[in-house]
Design a protein around this ligand. Structure first.
Ligand code: ATP
Ligand code: MG
Length: 168
């Protein structure tokens, strides 16, 4: 385990099994999605994939992304996806919800920013979730990416380094 400080955040990095990590979160949110009539799915090609990161912080990331995906989706599905590349594992949360305009995409990672007070007020929140997500992902030397179109869903994704043999 190696400890690193990022801003006010103390990070504790280690190797972990990505599927086990995502499966726990998936199981936790399955009932919340079902209650809204949404199909929550977990897609993963390689259940052995080991990634390197701070699982407590990454748990916060996934909780924020999933709560948003469920909150801002009225029908359809929410997917958690894990895709390996040669050096990384890419984790995505994809929804079929209300989506975001180009202008909103530029601002959603700002602290306290909430899209169109009208539509966000109904579901509640402070507008801090994605600012925290961005900070944590960047503390993993990575970037949070968003693809979205108003009315046709949103995809958030970030990559993490694969297994680091020096840290075992
Ligand atoms: P909090 O997370 O602090 O409870 P919040 O969900 O409003 O409040 P963020 O998670 O930072 O705040 O998200 C900022 C805004 O981005 C939201 O208010 C919402 O309008 C928009 N947003 C976030 N995720 C999605 C999504 N999956 N689909 C559509 N809009 C989204
Ligand atoms: Mg949120």
């Amino acid at each position: 385990i190696s400890m690193i400080e990022s801003g006010q955040m103390i990070m504790s990095f280690r190797n972990f099994n990505a599927y086990d990590f995502l499966e726990k979160i998936f199981t936790m949110y399955k009932p919340m999605a079902a209650k809204k009539g949404l199909d929550l799915i977990l897609t993963c090609e390689n259940k052995e994939l080991q990634l390197y990161g701070d699982t407590d912080r990454l748990n916060q990331v996934m909780i924020n992304l999933l709560q948003n995906a469920i909150k801002y989706t009225e029908s359809g599905k929410v997917e958690i996806k894990l895709e390996p590349t040669s050096k990384y594992g890419v984790i995505s949360v994809i929804d079929s919800g209300i989506g975001l305009s180009e202008n909103d995409i530029e601002r959603i990672f700002e602290r306290f920013y909430r899209v169109d007070k009208g539509r966000s007020k109904a579901v509640g929140g402070t507008g801090l979730g994605l600012a925290i997500v961005k900070h944590i992902v960047e503390a993993h030397s990575s970037q949070i990416k968003v693809l979205s179109k108003l009315g046709s869903g949103t995809e958030f994704s970030f990559r993490l380094r694969k297994y680091n043999p020096e840290k075992d």
